[in-house]
Every structure is written in C-alpha cells, then in structure tokens.
Design a protein around this ligand. Sequence first.
Ligand SMILES: CC(C)(COP(=O)(O)OP(=O)(O)OC[C@H]1O[C@@H](n2cnc3c(N)ncnc32)[C@H](O)[C@@H]1OP(=O)(O)O)[C@@H](O)C(=O)NCCC(=O)NCCS
Length: 160
Amino acid sequence: MRIRHAEISDLDIVSKLESEGFPPSEADTKEIIKDRLNKFSDCFWLLDDYGEIYAFIAGMATDEHDLKDEMFKHSEMYDPDGDWLIILSVVTWKNQRHKGYASEVMNQVIADTKALNRKGIVLTCKEELLSFYSKFGFVNEGISQSNLGGAKWYQMRLIL
Ligand SMILES: CC(C)(COP(=O)(O)OP(=O)(O)OC[C@H]1O[C@@H](n2cnc3c(N)ncnc32)[C@H](O)[C@@H]1OP(=O)(O)O)[C@@H](O)C(=O)NCCC(=O)NCCS
C-alpha cells in the first residue's frame, strides 16, 4: 500500500467514494471534484493498494483562515502558496473502515503539509469525530460557520 496524490484519471473512484461516504446533501459533486483535480490534484491523498483505492483525503490550499461553505461549491479561494490546508473530505469505504486507513492517510497529509511550511490544517466535523481528529493534534475551535447539509459542524485546527 502506498499513499499518493491523485490524478484526473482518479475522478470516477474518488467520486464514488465521496458518494458512499456522505449523504447527497453533504457529498461533493463530481463536477467540483473534477475542477479540484484539474487545479490541485496535489491536495488529494489516496491510499492505493496496487490500483485499488481504499481511502482518500481531499483538501484545498488557501490563505483563508477558516473553512467556508463556498469552498464546497467552487475553488476560487484556492491559493497554492496559501498558509492553510482546508480539508474538505476524509473517506474510507464502509467495508474497509476501522483498519487505520484514514489515520494513515491523515499522517501523510500532516507530514506533507508541514514539509510545505504551511501554518496548519483546518477541517470541520460532526461531534462524534472530535476525539478522532484530536488524536492527531487538531484542536476544537467550536461550532463552525458551516451549515453544510443543515448539520452542526465543529471546526478543528492543527497548527504545524
Ligand atoms: C471517518 C472515517 C473516514 C474513518 O475512516 P477509517 O479508515 O475507519 O479510520 P481509522 O480506521 O483510521 O480510525 C477509525 C476511528 O475513527 C473514529 N470513528 C470513525 N467513525 C466514527 C463514528 N461514526 N463515531 C465515532 N468515532 C468514529 C473511531 O475513533 C475509530 O476508531 P476504532 O476503529 O477503534 O473504532 C470513515 O468512518 C468514513 O469514511 N466515514 C464517512 C465519511 C465521514 O464522515 N468522514 C469524516 C468527515 S469529517
């Protein structure tokens, strides 16, 4: 198994994983994923076992300090030299969960983002995943301005 960045040819599998991981009101559309892959495929990390993808994390480098819902609709806030990596998706196939796959990918995301000298990583999650992300050093900043899918999201930040 290796962790690699995505290519545009990964569009179908990443979209399928995204749709399995999130309800339609929260899942990123294939169109926005395609747009991101065309602009910043290096902000995608895939766990790849000889061509089989088990999990991925997708983000966007930006100078924006906080996650904004517009980031799920378009990529205008992308800045390759941005101080922050905003994570937009973390997904493992349902039948492959609890094997440490998302954690492996997250550790790589953290190492790579640190190597690029960004200030840190920001994500939003539901309450039940706060303790999962805190294991990596993310700190809960309270309820996010995000209203994605009408849910309550917490913003977490890891300073590198
Ligand atoms: C969250 C998710 C990516 C974790 O993937 P994974 O590969 O199973 O993660 P790991 O094996 O590295 O870590 C699993 C840990 O995550 C935490 N966790 C995962 N889902 C959880 C849930 N629904 N409630 C509470 N804790 C949960 C637990 O601490 C779990 O530990 P355990 O395996 O000992 O129970 C996966 O459940 C998923 O794809 N969920 C749907 C999409 C999603 O909600 N993504 C998060 C967006 S913020």
